[in-house]
Ligand binder design. Structure first.
Ligand SMILES: [Zn+2]
Length: 149
């Protein structure tokens, strides 16, 4: 990775504060969602145990619901980990810079995509390249079908 000195200085400080606030907000949001979900699952599994005694069918339905809830919690927990990583990268002055060209990634873009590693231009260029590749492979596979058919 290219190192062009410390980023946090003067104007960059304002950006740092903005990104820090943005990541902190996101973290709080997800944490409260996780806590809410955990509370829900606890309440529901309480009901699950109750109905297990009376009705087997109902309890297995509750189990499926529980699995889904746990998967959701797990997903959110992973997002939380990534946000924590982003916050420590931010503190090191390594967050919010394009992986390709090293330019600042626009704060609006980071608000929508906190884990973006490329600026809009580089992302667009990459998407175009992927699309070209896909078109090329489509063309070669249809060529393949022409030969075989
Ligand atoms: Zn870039």
């Amino acid at each position: 990775m290219a190192t062009n000195g410390k980023h946090v200085k003067g104007m960059a400080n304002e950006r740092y504060e903005e990104l820090k606030r943005m990541l902190g907000d996101r973290r709080r949001e997800i944490m409260s969602e996780v806590h809410e979900k955990i509370r829900d699952v606890r309440t529901e599994s309480g009901h699950g145990k109750m109905s297990e005694v009376f009705d087997q069918g109902e309890s297995s339905e509750a189990d499926i619901q529980e699995d889904i809830e746990f998967a959701l919690i797990q997903m959110k927990a992973e997002t939380l980990t990534r946000i924590n990583e982003a916050i420590s990268r931010l503190e090191e002055g390594a967050y919010g810079y394009c992986f390709e060209c090293g330019e600042d990634i626009a704060p609006q873009r980071l608000r929508a995509l906190p884990f973006a590693v490329r600026c809009k231009d580089c992302e667009q260029a990459r998407e175009n390249a992927i699309q070209r590749e896909r078109l090329q492979s489509q063309r070669s596979s249809s060529l393949f079908f022409d030969i075989s058919g």
